[in-house]
Ligand binder design. Sequence first.
Ligand code: C5P
Length: 394
Amino acid sequence: MIDKKNIILCVTGSIAAYKSVYLSSALVKSGANVQVILSKSAKNFVGESSFSGITHNPVITGYYDSKTDLSIDHIDIAKKADLIVVAPATANILAKISLGISSDPIVGCILASKAPVIVAPAMDGDMYNSPQVQKHINELRRINIHLSGPEKGRLASGINEFGRMTEPEDLLEEIIEKLSKKKDYEKINAIVTAGGTIEEIDPVRYISNKSSGKMGIAIAKALRDRGAKVTLIHGKLENKSDTYGIRMVSVISALEMKKEIENHVENSQLLIMSAAVADYRVKNFSKEKIKKESMNSIELEKNPDILKEIDGNKIVKVGFAAESEKLLENAKKKLSSKNCKMIVANDITLEGSGFGSDNNKAVLIDENGQENLPLMNKIKLAHKILDRAKKYIN
Ligand code: C5P
């Protein structure tokens, strides 16, 4: 899948630079054309000739030692690149990439290229956790740069902390995944819902649920990466990072969520409802804070079942079934009662899965049967859902 791809491997001055010698070799073995850029300090850890010997390409080490026909190396290779990998990435290069300080060809190349960028930090754990480095990490995430690691483990300083560069074989897997992303949702307008709705009792109190919104965000990102135009209609979310390129519509209650979905349905082909919509709302919202002495009971009324009410003949509907018992039986009932093309069923009682977790273990159910998936991270699961839902989209 990475055969003949142009990959720029930028190596900076960390003790982990030796891992990138292995990485360059693994990339070349997989068929990629690898162009290495070595920072000045990286040369203290690894030699130019190791990389040129493995990649059969001259190594770029500065702005003024031209090795291509165009005599502006970083621009020349930047335009041809399918992917740029910075591994290991020091605190110094993270700051420079984040701020666009192009005093070396690594940043110059990243700025001049439209290719996706993967960055694998490697440094001392306390350095990595410093507010300065974290600020740059957050900025890189915001501008859609993929962060790989760092992992927790024994560092050169002897401490056991987060700061180890991702192992070359894992990085190779991430590179393959990044380059093999399909654009199979390119002409699709998709609505995704995420998070829990809030049903207000009075100006200070509300009823909600434990949904973190992570699954819905993962689906929205996967759709975005596969070419769809995505509107994420969301209630309460734990984290909105990396939602670059996704149209975010914030709502409070189930009724508001319904209204926003209806506003977007006409121009959309796909609705994936992962939001945890409250089944009931408070009947009489009080504009004044209710005195605790008079709060003996709250009268509820039923919310509409949004998924059920949206016409399944006009839009492809994918629903979720978060169950704690009779998972498959209940999920299968929902498939027909809500007129969905697919139901993603997950058992919320399983450890490490479901609400708030980064992972999920799900069963995908449609008219063709069921696909039992193992525990996996929510991004991976989002892609599995899209792989299976694809056949319902023209
Ligand atoms: O019936 P249940 O709440 O288990 O169904 C879950 C699915 O239905 C989810 O996709 C959820 O987003 C959606 N739902 C809805 N409106 C509700 C309750 C759930 O659209 N009032």
